[in-house]
Each structure stands twice: as structure tokens, then as C-alpha cells.
Design a protein around this ligand. Sequence first.
Ligand code: UDP
Length: 483
Amino acid sequence: MEASNNILMFPFMAQGHIIPFFALSLQLQQKGYQITFLNTPLNIANLRRLLPPSSAIRLLEIPFNSSDHGLPPHSENTDSLPPNRIYDLLVASTSLKPAFTNILKGFLDAGAPPLCVVADFFFGWSAAVSHEFGIFHVIFSGSGGFGLACYYSAWINLPHQNSDSGEFVLPDFQEAGKLQVTQLTPSLVKATDDDPLSKFQIKNLTAWANADGFLFNTIEELDKVGLSYFRRKFRRPVWAIGPINLPLNGRPRAGKSGGIDTESCLHFLNSKPPSSVLYISFGSQNTISASQMMQLAKALDKSKKSFIWVVRPPLEFNINADFRAEEWLPENFKNQMENENRGVIIEKWAAQVEILSHKSVGGFMSHCGWNSVMESLSRGVPILGWPLAAEQFYNAKMMVEIAEVCVEVARGTDFEVRSEDLREKIEEVMSETGNGKEMRKKAFEIKKIIEEATSDEEGFKGSSVAAMEDFLQAPLLIKNLAT
Ligand code: UDP
């Protein structure tokens, strides 16, 4: 059978996964590969609206009915789910296996097996299925090496269970340094042998050993420590091909669009001096508590800094609720900030990359989701880290200790935030002197490292470009060996 040049992309159903997979699809397509992008019907419909009719990316539906799994109807994406139900979607996603098997079988029956399956790290099971059909399979991580290594090791070893002090070291990843129980996502702290999420995690993480290799949306020079962990652990190729960013005009939107259009936002930024505006967003699926939100608003008010803040409903409210400034924010805060041209509040979803790309943005208060981290570093913007879940705690740790471009301002949704502390940290990072200046310099150096990693000029290939070429050779080499 002829080796095709079709690559099958299969991300988990969340913006933070679909976005980097889609960005990678566009890159691979530009290199002449045919892309089939597989996802559940609602996500495919969203992408279809976004793609120009002339696009050669083939969008393919895999059947999934969230109600069959006790989830609200049409919950095919984490942004319409309250944070405490996200893990249910994860567990439910294992039900995609029979349909995925049929899809691969269909390709084979038609005489056109994909050259390679690129699957999400939550779909570890897809490696064995791909191999049943003789198809090369890699896991693509939209997370960084360091963060994912800590996450993997913490779930596999549960090291906090042997620590009385609340502090511990990961037994097989001591290079990560000391960790605290507050850096574990609550579901991990409560993990038992037989709760559904723990069962899912162990089965899934163990299945990673079946993959033929790992692609990471990261930079070798920045993330060596974490990438070495995976090389050591799995003895498989690990390719750092980042940053995989979507072009500015090609970003999928989540849920309702914000209460302010991108142009007004850019107009606000145009009116501000360079590096003077703080951008605040906690990503596509997390949010902070109501009291934390109040404290943050007060801190912004006192700091007198300009800001753009993407507000999702606080934890105690329905995540799909309409925006209620009067309940979630101090009285008259929104109007006052807007009237003074001090701050812009965006409901739920902003054009993040456009905002971060503007020269007036000088800091990013972020939950440290890896896409957000890469988007910030690629633009030389220092970070105020407020990790909320999953591997975000370790991303923040890496940004503070290794990259030295971040101040951690709070941790999780139970953290007792005081507006005065937040104000101090906001002023520290946004300052043109001292630590703020140092971090901005460091962030600018990292931006340069990232530019170099992605440069492809005569006589010079950056590390990410070389890694991508190496990856694309791998399925062909295996095929040639087999024939
Ligand atoms: N994003 C965006 N606008 C928003 C919130 C998020 O464009 O208001 C994008 C952001 O640019 C990033 C992705 O959604 O590409 C979020 O991924 P990340 O890994 O940062 O966090 P997650 O949402 O997965 O927690």
C-alpha cells in the first residue's frame, strides 16, 4: 500500500488543546501534508465556520453525545462546563475508542491509511489502536515539557501521600526541585485507587509508553529539563517544535464573544504608552472565586495601572451565566474604569494574541496555561502567575525559577487573596525599574531565543524547525523499514 501524506489530528475537546492542534495542522498543511482534523460534531461545526471554504483541511466528525455520560446536553467542549465537571468530560472521552477504531478501519478499507496519527495526551489509548492498523502514532502535547513531567510524575507517584510537611520532591524528577501540596490540583490530592479520575489518569499515563514519539509545543533551549524527563522515561523521540501559534486571523472562538470588539480593545491599547497595560485572563476553562475577583478589582483600582481584564463568571456562578458586573465586581467599578479610560473589561473571551502582540501590553496576569505562557513569551511579556489547575502550577514554577520572568501572585481558587498584596505584585511587575525591568529584559531575551528556534534561513535551522523536519521523517523511516 502506498504511503499517504495524510496526517490525522485528534485533539481533546478543549480550546487549549484544539487551538495548538489546529495551528499545527495549518503548519503541516503548508508543508504539503493533507490534514484530517477529527473531533466531536460541535467542535467540528465551530471550526467549519472558521475555515475558508477553499481550505484543504478535511474536518471529520467523531460521534459523541455528552448526555449519554451524565453531562449537560451539548457539552462537547470544556468552556461550557463548570470547572468541577471538566474531569467528567475527560473520563467520558474514553468512549470515543470504538468510533476511532472504525474511522481508522475506514481509512484502511479505502486503501488510504494515514501516514501518522497525531493524538492528544488525554487519548493515550489511541496509540494501541493506531498500531493495530500499523499506523505511526505520536502524542502532541500542547503543554510544556517541565509542566507535563511534573504532572505525570505526581499522578504516577502520588508523592504527597508520603509527606507530612506538605512539601515533597518528585522521586523520578528531582531536578524539578521542591513542590508543595498546594501545587497539586485538588483531584490529585484526593486521589484514591478507585475514583474514576484516578483510574483514568493511571490508565492514560501508562498508555503513553505505547506512542512512537512525543511532540511538544515548546522550545528545546527553554525546556531542556522537562524534555529530558520524557526522553529518559520513555526512550522515544521527543520533538520540541514550538511555539505552535495560530495566525492572528485564524483563531477559534469559544462560547459567546466578548462584550467589546477587538477594534475597541486595540483602540484602547493605542491610547496607552508602551508596556503600560496589564492583560488579565485565566484561560478558556478556569475561573477564580467571587471573593478573589473582588480583591483583584480593588487591587487594580488602587494600583492605578491600565488593564484589560477578561472576566468569566466567578466559581460560585453558572459558568454560562450572563455577565453581571454589579454582582461580581465592586459597585460602579466597570463604569468608572471605562469612563476614566483606565481599564477595559471583556466578557468571557478576548482576542488574546492580538492583545498580547500590542506594544502597550507590559504584563500578563495568567493562570499559566501553556498556550498562554508561550503566547506571552513569544512576545516578550512578563507574567503574573495565578495557577488554578492541572499542570499550570508547574508552568508557573518554571516561569519563576527557570525562566525568571514571573511572579506568582496566588495559587488556586481557595487561596486567600488580599487586594493589598496583589496591588504590590502588580506594581512590581509593571514597574519600569527593579524586578519589573529585569523580568521584561529577561522576557525579551526569551523572545529572541524563540525567534531563533523558529528561524529557517540559508545555513541556519533553528531547533524547532530541525525537530519538525526530524519528526516528519520518522513515519517514513519506519514504513521503509517495514517494507
Ligand atoms: N484564549 C483566547 N481568548 C480568551 C481566553 C483564551 O484567545 O479570552 C486562547 C488563548 O490565546 C490560548 C487558549 O485560548 O491559546 C487557552 O489555552 P491555555 O493553554 O492558555 O489555557 P486553557 O484554556 O487550556 O486553560
